[in-house]
Design a protein around this ligand. Sequence first.
Ligand code: ADP
Ligand code: MG
Length: 237
Amino acid sequence: MNQAVIDLRDVEFAWTRAGTPVLSLEHLYVGKGERLFLKGPSGSGKSTLLNLLGGVTVARRGSVTVLGEDLGTLSASARDRFRAEHVGYIFQLFNLVPYLSVLDNVLLPLRFSATRREHVRTRGGARAEAGRLITQLGLGAALLDRPATDLSVGQQQRVAAARALIGGPELVVADEPTSALDADTRALFIRLLMDECASQGATLVFVSHDASLEPLFDRGLALNDLNRSRRGPRVDA
Ligand code: ADP
Ligand code: MG
């Protein structure tokens, strides 16, 4: 079997200790290099699941194993370190730092990860690698010194992707990063993101409520099918 990047077993997550779980997953396995599409309507737990994968939150039951590390056994600071070293996160609203240039936004993850610094060092240095990623994702290298906020939404999204990818994290997670784009730009962006993940050997987990994107991926899963807490008895009118 392909090497596991993500292995979730009997995971249950709730926002409060005694609260009803918003997420209850029996099993989720993602192999190395896989490109997984997770679809689900708003509120189905997509962001919650990505937060578990990145060690932002912990499950109250079961195990969340990412790259062989059982995240539930780590302290909060160890989980932060794990995320900084191994996970590239693309947020829905990009979370670029407005007063920093495009270049400095892309370089930001290197400050928090020796592994990622070492990775760019072997590829001609941080600036060269930032320029390569920006160009690969379809932006002109001339934008590197511009403030991130000068850019259009589509451009900002590519900067957010370059920031997630720099330093070769093994896992890239994307939380509805295309919701502000038109259909053509969306498909192109996803192809560029996938090409770059493939060339880095990264595994991609991409979530969206837009099921039309699913054919672009190796595999698609519906969160409402995976999530036992959403599979109560149906009452049909
Ligand atoms: P999605 O990303 O699929 O839209 P979320 O994972 O954000 O869904 O939300 C799943 C459920 O958890 C929803 O019912 C949502 O209202 C709830 N939720 C999300 N964030 C919080 C939070 N910080 N505190 C309490 N409940 C939350
Ligand atoms: Mg969400």
